[in-house]
Design a binder for this molecule. Sequence first.
Ligand SMILES: Nc1ncnc2c1ncn2[C@@H]1O[C@H](COP(=O)(O)OP(=O)(O)OP(=O)(O)O)[C@@H](O)[C@H]1O
Ligand SMILES: [Mg+2]
Length: 272
Amino acid sequence: MMHVGREVLPAVEERGAIAPEEMPGVMSDAPAVVLRGLRKSFGSQTVLDGIDLTVKSGETLAMLGRSGTGKSVLLKLIIGLQKPDSGSICVQEQEVTHLELDAMNELRKRMGFLFQHAALYDSLTVEQNIAFPLKRHTKMTEGERSDRVKELLASVGMEGDLKKMPSDLSGGMQKRVGLARALALKPGVLLLDEPTAGLDPITSGEINDLILKVQEEHDMASIVVTHDLHSAKTIADRIALLHEGNVLIEGTFKELEQSDNKFVSEFMKRDS
Ligand SMILES: Nc1ncnc2c1ncn2[C@@H]1O[C@H](COP(=O)(O)OP(=O)(O)OP(=O)(O)O)[C@@H](O)[C@H]1O
Ligand SMILES: [Mg+2]
């Protein structure tokens, strides 16, 4: 269940939100996320080598790239679970790299995050997993919370699984619960790591529709890491392709498909 390192757990638990009616959302036309010269190495391995990327307010950016290119690392840097070696990360006009823990936790209340491996709390039921951030960071009554949990689970087609433990769910179901939890607090910035991986085409389509729907309703900015080109085409306003530590190309799906760059055109032609 908990495939992410133990060190991220407290940070995840600190995530949360404020009452939905108090959600600040994305108030201005300022970009939601701006990355400048972002570098991250592990030992002698340089993973990110000077990433420059801007995600506009209300925009969905799909992040593509081969396995191991640093897509998950990039999201973890944005949410502050890992620290970059150098460079700047601005989320809703706040520089993340220098924030103290308290300020980072405040900012995280405005960010929804779905880990690549869902990372549900193993000892909590599905219902309790979704209720967790609501309980911790909103003033909802038990009844309001229960309604919101049901609404969120229905939106990912999991309304019948309230009482199940994460270990009783398939990988795809865990992912859907993780997505519902990421949306619980109506975040201004949503970061999704492979939301449709391991799901059948019909469920993937439903998740794509859900992402589009919440996007429209809440005007969130989203970064969606995906291997699924169909999903990228469906949900993204813009695509960025990560390659050898840099953003090799960014543009619309069509622009990437029509690129003269050999790597890009082959990447866009593959089946999955
Ligand atoms: N905490 C860490 N310590 C050491 N190396 C790490 C750590 N986290 C990530 N890496 C390395 O960074 C590289 C990028 O990893 P990352 O998980 O971001 O890839 P990815 O693009 O998300 O791949 P995938 O598509 O398979 O999920 C990999 O070589 C990985 O081994
Ligand atoms: Mg990954």
